[in-house]
Write a protein that binds this ligand. Structure first.
Ligand code: ATP
Length: 421
């Protein structure tokens, strides 16, 4: 019986990952999938394409973790050094694999090209490795067992790496991971600060889990969105699922009505489902968010069934001419005011022939604030099934104010739809 794989380290190889231009998303994906397989990730690193340095990182990772996964650096050029560095770290030779060579040649031939000589490097395999075929690219992956440990070499492009992991790595790992499955549930919340959520959730966290299932919780906050992650580990997947479901129920009850999803759906999806369920169609008038709300609404496939359209009413004359906001209202109350937001919402609803009108007007900064209307003041209004208007005050820079405004506007629609059953 080969030894169990319980821990892993990830090495993302590529000098471009050490610039601000390229994000290492592969290790996020791998961390998620390894966790699902019950493997705990101890560390991850982005490493430059330098053979001696990479060799040291591989050695170090192998000294600590049962599994080491590298991504990238399997291409044909001189700076693709992962194969060589791993071979150095293991003290094993590289051999040329005729099968790989033929498949790379065939790949070029299918496009009417000769294989360039530099691609020969991609046919090099570490002695004893199992080759992981790459039908979506030229660089095959490799699975190498060394004593009780495993090192897996995967290509850099996510569209090659992900199917290779799913089809060829996950099934091999599943045979060697402990029979303690990990399940995750995520509760999504908007309209509450992280500390408010934490205050309510902390006492509940302590009640989660039992003798058979351990539950770990974490909270992730970004502008306009808080996520509570519950991770359960145990032996019986059904028992874990039941326990997590009970936890989700308790947290949702305590945090209602701020919880908008516990099934992975984004806010715009929940809003879309609610609009469709009512048979309502929505139109949006946006000043300070200039189309961001409509962008989110239409991120959802099929949204043409519930989205009519919108008006970006940035300047006052657009509010007047396109939405029918009375000029006197603007003069008397200012563009960022409840009467104007209400007039924008009803105006866009009527002019675009929608059931629901949503409007948003505010001061995102950095200029334009005043003592009575500081930066971050945002007014959101809904017209149609109900008439609602709210003045909110958000903290943060321009981008954060806009992001929070979008979430608050979408959530106003969700709540109006939910309260109508
Ligand atoms: P190729 O044969 O395509 O060269 P490779 O295995 O050598 O594959 P790299 O050359 O290291 O991979 O990277 C190819 C591309 O894959 C990069 O330009 C980048 O777009 C993407 N990529 C590489 N590493 C990562 C990573 N860690 N996260 C996200 N994308 C990555």
């Amino acid at each position: 019986m080969p030894a169990e794989i319980r821990t892993a380290e990830i090495l993302a190889v590529g000098s471009e990952l050490l610039t601000p231009h390229r994000l290492d998303t592969n290790s996020l994906y791998l961390t998620g999938r390894l966790n699902e397989l019950g493997v705990q990730v101890l560390a991850k690193a982005a490493v430059r394409d330098r053979r001696p340095m990479l060799r040291e990182w591989v050695r170090l990772a192998l000294s600590r973790a049962d599994l080491v996964v590298t991504t990238g650096g399997l291409g044909p050029t001189d700076d693709d050094v992962t194969r060589e560095a791993v071979a150095d770290a293991l003290g094993l030779p590289l051999r040329d694999d005729d099968g790989i060579l033929e498949s790379i040649r065939a790949r070029f031939r299918s496009r009417g090209l000769e294989m360039p000589a530099i691609n020969l490097r991609q046919a090099r395999v570490i002695e004893g490795a199992t080759v992981l075929a790459n039908p979506r690219g030229t660089a095959p992956g490799q699975w190498i067992e060394t004593g009780d440990r495993v090192i897996v070499l995967l290509p850099g492009p996510p569209r090659e790496l992900q199917p290779m992991f799913e089809e060829q790595v996950a099934p091999r790992l599943a045979r060697r991971t402990p029979p303690a499955p990990l399940r995750r549930r995520v509760i999504k919340i908007t309209g509450r600060s992280e500390s408010h959520v934490d205050e309510v959730a902390q006492p509940i966290y302590a009640t989660l889990g039992d003798a058979d299932v351990t539950v770990e919780t974490s909270i992730l906050a970004s502008p306009g969105l808080i996520e509570i992650h519950l991770e359960g580990r145990g032996v019986d997947p059904r028992q874990i699922d039941d326990l997590l479901a009970a936890g989700v129920e308790r947290l949702t009850a305590a945090l209602a009505p701020y919880v908008f999803s516990d099934d992975g759906r984004a806010l715009e999806m929940v809003v879309g489902d609610a609009l469709r369920a009512h048979g309502w169609r929505i139109a949006v008038a946006e000043s300070c968010t200039a189309g961001l709300v409509l962008g989110r609404l239409t991120d959802v496939p099929g949204s043409s069934a519930w989205v009519v359209g919108g008006v970006v009413a940035y300047a006052n004359e657009v509010k007047v001419q396109q939405l029918g906001v009375p000029a006197a209202l603007l003069q008397e109350h200012g563009a960022v005011s409840e009467p104007v937001a209400q007039a924008m919402a009803s105006g866009v609803r009527e002019r675009l022939g929608a059931d629901v009108g949503l409007a948003i007007t505010g001061i995102a900064g950095p200029d334009g604030g005043s003592p009575e209307k500081p930066i971050g003041t945002v007014v959101i209004a809904l017209s149609g099934p109900r008439e609602i208007v709210k003045t909110l005050r958000f903290a943060g820079d321009r981008q954060m104010v806009r992001t929070q405004s979008v979430a608050a506007a979408l959530d106003m629609v969700r709540r109006a739809a939910v309260s109508r059953g």
